[in-house]
Ligand binder design. Structure first.
Ligand SMILES: Nc1ncnc2c1ncn2[C@@H]1O[C@H](COP(=O)(O)OP(=O)(O)OP(=O)(O)O)[C@@H](O)[C@H]1O
Ligand SMILES: [Mg+2]
Length: 477
């Protein structure tokens, strides 16, 4: 509107000047020919006067039109440049001016376009940086919170929103004390505000699925000119590290405990022998038998521990080949036949089709023997063990069912943990280390398989193992 107003003002002024000029011209010429004198009645002069008026009128219209065209031609690029400049000022850097043929206006348009291009480039760079920063903030994996000088939330990432059950729209603009942070974290933020120094602390939050351990790191954000902009708080989830630390501590405690029993026993009997019991051959024999048994226990404990740590090593590999699990089951039952006979137990193997699959035959045998020995150890005399196997398109499922002592429901998952014994007295008695099922589980996982157990206390247990027919990333020529 302003653009049009500007042109039309120039146009109007020019028109008025021209009109005034034409009227003056008309009056002057009329005077010259005396056409305005009413007393003169000359048809020739009247005609001439009319003709002259028409000519002047026509001249007036023509000059008005020409002048308006010239003015329009000159003011159009100026108005256009004004419009483009206004768009640039409002941040629309896509606007461009057409380059006019008038020299000065043309170079002004070129400069304005250059400013527009520079502005557009800066805008692109800034939006790219903004996008990059946003991606970085969202992908750091830790909770991030940024507070302004007054302690109000300026920014948070998705992990923060998820951990503290909030959302950007809910929390932004609120004080850090209103967004449900744990008290310890609020206190840390307060300390950072007061001291303008970095603070770090470990906190534990109780969540529905268990404790969540976090390290909270709060740091002041200082601007380029040394001005204080607020603070940044990062919450790093260290639950897994803490859990691993606890597992490690438990493991060391368990190993020490397991080693202490036989070592104490061996030491005690050896000391008694040295104190004089050696002179009695019967007592000596009994004590040395105990020492031999306890050292056997120590030996199997150390062997199992080495075995387990070997399986857990990064470099552990399986010797994969085509194996018929039905044959391996037969061989495993022969291996335990001695123990079976001792307890007058029997094994029934269900009719099974060929169970050809890719596996490490030695390790598969180790798994089956371990499960069979457990089935024999934790069963009464004269009972039966039943083995079945079937196959579908992708996997082989083997089950070993006994009629033994069974396992309590709440202990079913734990039997695969290292050193865990469901029936402490009986399994200690059996000389077991409590590592057998942990080794079995690791071996099956190395095969991308799994193990689980169903059991009824006093009735018996069924151990199921599931293995894929084809080992991923392995091909047999
Ligand atoms: N077939 C089973 N019936 C009942 N309980 C079982 C059976 N198999 C395992 N368990 C329970 O699970 C626990 C863990 O078994 P695991 O084989 O890991 O250890 P272990 O037999 O005690 O010792 P070892 O390391 O010598 O095998 C056993 O102590 C026992 O309480
Ligand atoms: Mg066992």
């Amino acid at each position: 509107m302003k653009k049009e107003g500007h042109s039309s003002r120039i146009l109007l002024t020019t028109s008025i000047i021209l009109v005034v000029f034409s009227i003056i011209l008309w009056i002057v010429i009329s005077q010259f020919f005396n056409v305005v004198d009413a007393n003169v009645e000359s048809s020739l002069e009247n005609k001439f006067s009319l003709y002259l008026s028409a000519m002047i009128g026509l001249f007036l219209i023509l000059s008005l039109f020409t002048v308006s065209r010239v003015i329009y031609h000159f003011t159009k690029p100026v108005d256009e440049l004004t419009l483009v400049a206004r768009k640039l000022a409002s941040g629309d850097y896509k606007a461009r001016a057409s380059v006019s043929e008038f020299k000065d206006l043309g170079s002004l348009a070129v400069s304005i376009n250059q400013i527009a291009r520079n502005g557009q480039e800066t805008q692109i760079v800034r939006s790219m940086e903004k996008e990059r920063l946003k991606t970085l903030i969202e992908s750091i994996g830790s909770s991030l919170l940024m507070l302004g000088r007054g302690g109000t939330v300026n920014l948070m990432n998705g992990v923060f929103a998820q951990t503290f059950h909030t959302s950007s729209s809910d929390a932004i603009g609120k004080s850090y004390k209103e967004i449900g942070l744990p008290l310890a974290a609020e206190q840390l933020i307060e300390q950072v505000f007061l001291s303008e120094q970095v603070h770090e602390q470990q906190i534990r939050m109780q969540q529905e699925y268990g404790p969540l351990d976090l390290t909270v790191y709060g740091a002041p954000v200082i601007g380029r000119h040394g001005n204080w902009l607020g603070i940044i708080v990062v919450f790093h989830d260290i639950s897994k590290i803490i859990k691993l630390e606890e597992v490690r501590k438990d493991f060391v405690a368990n190993v020490s405990h397991e080693l202490r029993t036989p070592v104490t026993s061996i030491k005690g009997f050896a000391e008694t022998l040295l104190d004089g019991a050696l002179s009695d051959p019967d007592i000596s024999r009994d004590f040395i038998t105990i020492i031999e048994k306890e050292s056997g226990r120590l030996h199997s404990l150390v062997t199992d521990l080495l075995e387990l740590s070997g399986i857990e090593q990064h470099g552990f590999t399986l010797n994969i080949s085509e194996v018929n699990a039905a044959t391996t089951i037969q061989e495993a039952t022969q291996l335990v036949s001695g123990k079976l006979a001792e307890k007058q137990m029997t094994i029934e193997i269900e009719e099974m089709s060929d169970l050809v699959m890719e596996a490490d035959s030695g390790r598969l045998m180790q798994v089956l023997v371990n499960l069979l020995i457990n089935a024999i150890t934790y069963s009464k005399q004269g009972t039966t063990i039943r083995i079945s196997g079937r196959k579908d398109d992708h996997s082989v499922l083997i089950s070993i069912a006994d009629e033994g002592i069974g396992i309590e429901k709440e202990k079913l998952q734990r039997v695969f943990e290292r050193f865990y014994r469901a029936d402490l007295a009986r399994s200690r008695d059996s000389g077991g280390t409590g590592l057998g099922l942990a080794i079995v589980k690791h071996l099956l996982e190395a095969h991308h398989g799994s193990i689980w157990v169903e059991s009824e206390l006093g009735e018996g247990s069924v151990f199921f193992i599931k293995l894929p027919i084809h080992q991923p990333s392995h091909s047999i020529e």
